[in-house]
Every structure is written in C-alpha cells, then in structure tokens.
Design a protein around this ligand. Structure first.
Ligand code: SF4
Length: 320
C-alpha cells in the first residue's frame, strides 16, 4: 500500500557550532508528517528555528540527528550528488526573492536554469515553450522574460521565485516566509496563486510564517515552534478554536478571538520578554522563562509532545 505521507520528519535535530565550543540548538527533536496534497504551516517568532528546520529538511544544511523521509525515501544522509534527481521533487520559495534571484540573469534564464540543470531541455531556447506559459501562469507575461529581477516590484519578484520553484512540477515545496516581505494587498494574490497550484497539481507545501494569521487560510495543519522545538501541532481549525500551549495562545494575541474564554486566556498570557539564546536554552520547558503559568516542575522537566485527543499534540505540563 502506498503511503499518503509526502514528508515525514522524525526527531530532527540541527545544532550549529558557535565559538568557544558552544552549540546553537537551532532545531531539537522535531517530528511531524505532511500528507500529500496538503499544507502544514510552521509558525513561531524569528529565532525559533523554523527556517533552520526547513533548510535542514531540504538538505541545505546537514542534519545533526533524526530522519527525513521524502515520499517514503530516506534522504537524511544522502550526498548532494544523490540528492540532485530528487531536487526536482522538492523545491523552495524564499522570503526575499530579490536575494534569491541572480541579478545578472534575465527572468527567462532564471526560470530556464532548473530545466537545463535537470536535462528537461537541452538548450536555452528550447525552454521558452515551458517558460512563457509558466510566466503567464504566475500573472506575468512573455514581455517580462528579457528583464532583470531589479526591474520588478517585490510582488512580481516573488512571482518569478514561485515560477522558478514550480517549473519543475515539484511534489513538495518549502515556502520560507514567502509573503512576509510583501504588501498586504499582494500577500493574498501570492497565497491564491499557491493554492491554485495545489488544486491543479496536488503539490504539498511546508509553509513557514512568523505569525498564525499568515497561515490561517493556507494550512490544513499547523505546527508551532519555540526555541528549536515543536510545542503544539494539530489541524488548522483546531489551533484557532482551541489553542492549548500558552505560547500558541500568546501568538494568537494579534488575532481577535470571538470566544470569551480564549479572549481572557489570551489577555493573561500575552508573551513578554525576548526569546532566550539558543546557545544555552532554558532547562525543562524552554518557554518557562516567559510563561505566565509556569510551575516549579516547568524549569525541571521538559514536557513531551503528547496527543491530547483527535491528533492534537501539545508539549506542556498543563495538558496531559
Ligand atoms: Fe508554561 Fe509550564 Fe506549560 Fe511550559 S510546561 S508552557 S512553562 S505551563
């Protein structure tokens, strides 16, 4: 029986070496599953490890520990040469399309490059039959093909980044804060474009964002990360209706809540203070230094991510 999981991440850990023998605990023991054709939103403040997690999954970084299965295939320790054919299957859309697009290449060449690299076309001009329709598909035109990235607005550049990521018809796309740098009016257009592709092609998205409002309309499931760890994960509707982790409740602080109980809880647990250093994370629950509900056990014992019913998993001593 074939699996329905596009991506399985098991106990993924990524530590970076810092000076004086110290380690940056960027990602610690993160586990989740992304089903085929679905979207998992991964949310947290900057510095929570979500981008490091995404970059480790796509093997820009080598994992320190854990396992990554892409459509059932273990890619955790694959060499770059072995990964190359799989790059067609998994692509990434970056937060800052300007930094990720080569300033010396025309838009046509930027989108044609992966087609040439994967041998889908042999020569640049053969790519036009694929590049032009792709440009139109993302709301640009054939006339844009000979221009350079700096000639475009932020929204148009992100469309070029999306065209480049989707031209290979990948099955998994990691979207690393693809709308954070865009005007609010453009954000909805980019989201709709990604959703249309999903409906047409059945692509799966891991969608990284720094606040819960950004993933609300795209995600089937939502995971919340704090200081390198996944602290809550469940169906999207459930996380807005019944957030359990005090950090998630705090993150929801910017979103008006109709439910009076949640509104009161939100008020009590707005997040104060800065995120601690990932070089020396707090003992026990890493959120205890900022949590309004912290108890003595919280600084002594790390809570485990547990299913508290219906697939709603939370890591907090208040629950389970
Ligand atoms: Fe707060 Fe304790 Fe729950 Fe951590 S385990 S979120 S400190 S109540």
């Amino acid at each position: 029986m074939s699996s329905t999981a596009m991506l399985e991440v098991k106990n993924l850990t990524k530590h970076f070496k810092a000076g004086r023998g110290q380690l940056v605990h960027a990602v610690d023991n993160v586990s989740f599953t992304l089903e085929k054709g679905k979207t998992l939103g991964l949310v947290g403040e900057s510095g929570c490890g979500k981008s490091s997690c995404a970059r480790t999954i796509i093997r820009i970084y080598d994992p320190t520990d854990g396992q990554i299965l892409l459509d059932g295939q273990d890619i955790t320790h694959m060499r770059q040469r072995e990964l190359k054919p799989l790059r067609k299957k998994m692509q990434m859309i970056f937060q800052d399309p300007y930094a990720s697009l080569n300033a010396r290449m025309t838009v046509r060449d930027i989108i044609a490059e992966p087609l040439l690299a994967h041998g889908i076309v042999k020569k640049k001009d053969q790519a036009n039959d694929i590049v032009y329709p792709m440009l139109e598909r993302v709301g640009l035109t054939k006339e844009h093909a000979n221009r350079y990235a700096h000639e475009f607005s932020g929204g148009q550049r992100q469309r070029v980044g999306i065209a480049r990521a989707l031209v290979l018809q990948p099955e998994l796309v990691i979207c690393d804060e693809p709308i954070s740098a865009l005007d609010v009016s453009i954000q909805a257009q980019v989201i709709n474009l990604l959703k249309d592709f999903q409906e047409e092609k059945g692509v799966s998205y891991l969608f990284i964002a720094h606040d819960l409002s950004m993933v609300r309309y795209v995600s089937d499931d939502v995971g919340v990360m704090y200081l390198g760890q996944l602290v809550e994960v469940c169906e999207s509707a459930e996380i807005y209706r019944n957030p359990l982790h005090p950090y998630t409740v705090g993150l929801l602080g910017s979103i008006p809540l109709a439910n009076p109980r949640l509104a009161r809880e939100k008020e009590k647990s707005s997040i104060e203070g800065d995120i601690p250093s990932p070089i020396d994370p707090p003992s026990g629950c890493r959120f205890h230094t900022r949590c309004p509900f912290a108890k003595p056990i919280c600084s002594e014992q790390a809570p485990v991510l547990k299913d508290v019913g219906g697939g709603h998993r939370v890591a907090c001593h208040l629950h389970g």
